[in-house]
Design a protein around this ligand. Structure first.
Ligand code: FAD
Length: 468
């Protein structure tokens, strides 16, 4: 073992050190192929002090480090090379404090999101961040990716849910600001450097989360609309009718709804096939009876005004979960062979034309291809599941160009919520100006002058070139 590895092994002890030979099999992410892992070792520190000591050694030796949470990221942000070290936060998995009066929870970075949700619930509180990978994704990974998920329309992205943060810089310096105050304008808000920067500026070790009062009602309906205008009118109508209680507005184009509700999918269609759009609308509030009445009145109004053609109101919480199970069943696209998922953002008013253009170009370039569309429409966020149905290795680049190229002109974003990682790095100039990318490079140089943290992810240190 090299001197560097010996020093690192001594910091974490036998429980925290996984040698090169076992690194590849250490832990699989949920989606095969996302975490191609060759590494000199996996380090599993148990404290901020250990993370700091590790990074101090790595900084001195120029040893590259890849921070890792639950490995559910979808943009190859945790891929590692044979000369890199993986720094896993999985042993830093403790909830440190819950304060129902101050409405905060203080946690270590390796706590899984679902554990946090459940702990908040047991304390009579609510942590609103929610996404399909909740069982494996860690709060450190959620912070590093500024995860979005299902309730952004009401509670915002992860950034809005973080009050305080502790992170360790590349040279081992600990920046600890475990602020619990909702208002704190004392100086620069340094935590923002580590939220959504995908582990390239520092390693998140602890965080103070913002909790909310637990909603006492959860009401949902699946509705069908015959045109996109009806969908956008419905969004404004329900938001107004629910008086701030709208928690989700998830739209499925008919192609997606049919795949998610046709065998071999497990779920049956609550509304018949044949409509152009299906929308899962959800609200949460504090008065079950009044909330249900308000929700129903809103839906009746939408039907009366012709925004929607049909509606299925969830009769129980179990049915609410069934609607969500339909919406989350992306893996059903495997029936068309390998697929590529996309996560883009664009103004709602540009969506209909953009989707039609992307689908037309896909059909022209890949006859017989399948292109499913769905998304958190209220958040301006669309997902595509693209199945080009060809073994051609160049297909991926062609599909990416079809999806990403139109975004620059309509001021869209190549990443709404999954981040950039390795997968979208080449497309970043479509969404950010050269000056913005140059500023990101300056920040990276200032905080990680030797470029040891997640090197080559998000941005390159060489000047970025324009793509199109
Ligand atoms: C089925 C499924 C559904 C999903 N749904 C959504 C969704 O609705 N919305 C959404 O936003 N995402 C979604 N994702 C993507 C993913 O779950 C999120 O990006 C999540 O936040 C990643 O957390 P993680 O702990 O798995 O991070 P990882 O995958 O381990 O890491 C992600 C990135 O963060 C860095 N990182 C991890 N931990 C730290 C740390 N402590 N300090 C610094 N950097 C760190 C890594 O280096 C990497 O760049 C989904 C994924 C799956 C598989």
């Amino acid at each position: 073992m090299s001197d560097t590895l010996q020093s690192l092994a001594a910091i974490v002890g036998p429980k925290g050190f996984i040698p090169e030979a076992e690194a590849r099999d250490w832990k699989a992410g949920p989606w095969p192929g996302l975490n191609t892992r060759a590494a000199r070792a996996v380090l599993r520190p148990a404290s901020t002090q250990e993370v700091s000591a590790i990074l101090k050694v790595c900084h001195e030796k120029g040893q590259r480090v890849v921070p890792a949470g639950g490995l559910t990221g979808l943009v190859h942000g945790t891929d590692s090379a044979a000369d890199e070290i993986v720094l896993s936060l999985e042993r830093m998995n403790h909830i440190l404090e819950i304060d129902p009066t101050g409405r905060t929870m203080t946690v270590e970075a390796g706590v899984p999101l679902q554990t946090i949700q459940e702990a908040a619930d047991q304390a009579g509180m609510f942590f609103p961040l929610d996404l399909g990978a909740r069982g494996s994704a860690t709060i450190g990974g959620n912070i590093a990716t500024n995860a979005g998920g299902n309730r952004v329309i009401r509670y915002g992205m992860t950034r809005e849910l973080i009050l305080g943060l502790e992170a360790v810089l590349a040279d081992g310096t600990v920046l600890s600001h475990l602020n619990t105050l909702l208002k704190n304008n004392a100086g620069f808000d340094l935590k923002q450097l580590f939220i959504g920067t995908e582990g390239s500026l520092g390693v998140v070790t602890r965080a103070v989360l913002r909790l909310f009062e637990k909603p006492r009602s959860q009401t949902a309906a699946l509705v069908a609309a015959s045109d996109f205008e009806g969908v956008t009118r419905l969004l404004k109508h329900m938001d107004q009718a629910l008086g701030g209680q709208l928690t989700a507005f998830e739209v499925m184009w008919s192609d997606v709804y049919e795949v998610f509700t046709t065998p071999p999918a497990n779920n049956r269609p609550p509304l018949p096939h044949g409509h152009a759009f299906y929308v899962l609308v959800e609200s949460m509030g504090g008065d079950p009876e009044a909330d249900a009445a308000r929700f129903e009145k809103g839906l009746d109004g939408a039907l009366a005004q012709g925004m929607i053609a049909d509606a299925a109101l969830a009769a129980s919480l179990d049915q609410v979960h069934k609607f969500w199970a339909i919406r989350d069943d992306v893996v059903q696209f495997i029936r068309y062979g390998s697929f590529i998922t996309f996560d883009v953002s664009l103004p709602i008013r540009a969506m209909e034309t953009y989707v039609a253009e992307v689908k037309a170009r896909m059909a022209e370039r890949f006859p017989g291809s399948v292109m499913g569309t769905f998304g958190h429409l209220g958040d301006c966020n669309l997902h595509f599941v693209a199945c080009p149905r060809t073994e051609d290795p160049a297909a991926r680049a062609s599909v990416e160009a079809i999806v990403y190229a139109p975004l620059a002109a309509i001021k869209g974003s190549v990443s709404a919520e999954h981040g950039i990682g390795l997968e979208k790095k080449a497309y970043l100039p479509l969404s950010r100006t050269p000056e913005e990318i140059a500023t990101m490079q300056r920040l990276k140089s200032a905080l990680d002058p030797k470029g040891i943290l997640n090197r080559g992810k998000v941005i390159d240190m060489a000047a970025a070139e324009s793509l199109y």
